[in-house]
Design a protein around this ligand. Structure first.
Ligand code: AMP
Ligand code: MN
Ligand code: MN
Length: 348
């Protein structure tokens, strides 16, 4: 089950005119010396970084002078994103304003995704949340949460537009990275006409989609290629799982990473090589974070609501792409997933 929305808006509804007006007013009302802190979710992906940095560059154009962007955990940006415009906005979490006038969160469905930075929410003058997870817990004060948006960058573009900030190539590059990441390069169901219309606006600034896609999707060190090979060899197919819809899963340990001298983020692309399995609706990758802790990625082709599985196990996400932190051995974590799958079936 996804978390019910609190407050007046029905679950699944996007931002109201009042929400948009409140968000725009929070930015327009900033004084000239106001400090603004942007935060995206832990282990940032293309949407988290792209929507945050794209919006940050827009805020800079808007005239915000004291502006920082950050995310919880180690400050390193994954190599595929290390060329993004706006990286100069980033600071390590410990250097982030302790009590900003405005904090803006990107692509985080719950406070737990903000790690140690969660204290900034209470200490900030106001907290604005831009997100597109149906499971968003409505933390923070002002919510621009649109479960129908393909990416948080769709919401970010909407707010920039309302603030009168025009797109330029740098902003557009960041928002395009976010949009193409969360739509799987415009392949997933969320790829609506509105998504292509937004992509057209971004491309019209003169950005280069071929270069961008190659850098973020089609480039990986040789060590990672070999690592993927080993991890894929140990994949298991369980045709009877999920009431016969099938489950395919594998795992990667810290030892695997060390053996191939690879950083943890290379594993983010692994789920894409697993989820193509024809015989399984549900796919799963366990990525070891510490000896008994796993970052778990879940995907479905449409028969199972994997966000229900993830929420039941303490995480969140979208219907067909979700995740959680699993504790214990690989077998224990996979047992728990198996047990939740039957109850998460969407079709008979
Ligand atoms: P990933 O498998 O990491 O690409 O994540 C897929 C989706 O699940 C994203 O929308 C994430 O925001 C969400 N997600 C992943 N891990 C967690 C977690 N530990 N808690 C809540 N949501 C998560
Ligand atoms: Mn994300
Ligand atoms: Mn997203």
């Amino acid at each position: 089950m996804t978390a019910p929305a609190e407050g007046g808006a029905p679950a699944g509804a996007g931002p109201t005119d009042t929400d948009w007006a409140a968000a725009a007013a929070a930015v327009r009302g900033l004084s000239a010396d106001a400090r603004v802190l942007l935060i995206c979710h832990v282990n940032p992906d293309g949407d988290a970084l792209g929507s945050m940095l794209g919006f940050g560059l827009g805020l800079r154009r808007f005239g915000v002078r004291q502006l920082q962007a950050t995310f919880p955990g180690p400050p390193g940006v994954p190599e595929p994103f290390r060329w993004l415009p706006g990286l100069d906005l980033l600071v390590p979490q410990d250097d982030a304003y302790p009590d900003p006038d405005l904090v803006i969160c990107f692509d985080a469905a719950s406070e737990s995704r903000l790690g140690d930075l969660v204290d900034r929410l209470d200490k900030a003058g106001a907290a604005l949340v831009l997100d597109h997870h149906a499971s968003n817990t409505r933390f923070g004060g002002i919510h621009l949460v649109d479960p129908h948006a393909a990416a948080t960058s769709v919401v970010a573009e909407g707010l920039l537009d309302r603030l009168g900030v025009p797109l330029d190539a740098e902003i557009a590059t960041c928002l395009y990275v976010a949009l193409s990441t969360d739509t799987g390069s415009f392949r997933f169901e969320a790829t609506t006409p509105a998504v292509h219309e937004m992509a057209a606006r971004l491309l019209a600034t003169g950005i280069h989609p071929g270069d961008i896609s190659r850098r973020i999707f089609d480039t990986r060190p040789f060590g990672a290629v070999r690592l993927f090979g080993e991890v894929l060899v140990r994949a298991r197919l369980e045709p009877a799982a999920a009431a016969g819809r099938g489950l395919v899963w594998t795992y990667a340990t810290q030892e695997d990473l060390a053996r191939h001298d690879q950083p943890a983020y290379v594993l983010e692309a692994l789920i894409d090589s697993v989820r193509c399995t024809a015989e399984a609706d549900v796919s799963c990758v366990l990525k070891q974070v510490s000896p008994a802790e796993w970052a778990v990625s879940l995907r479905s082709k449409g028969a199972v609501d994997v966000s229900a599985v993830a929420v039941a196990l303490g995480g969140g996400g979208h219907r067909f792409a979700a995740g959680f932190t699993g504790r214990g051995s690989v077998d224990e974590v996979v047992d728990r997933i198996r047990a939740e799958l039957d109850g998460a079936l969407l079709t008979g």
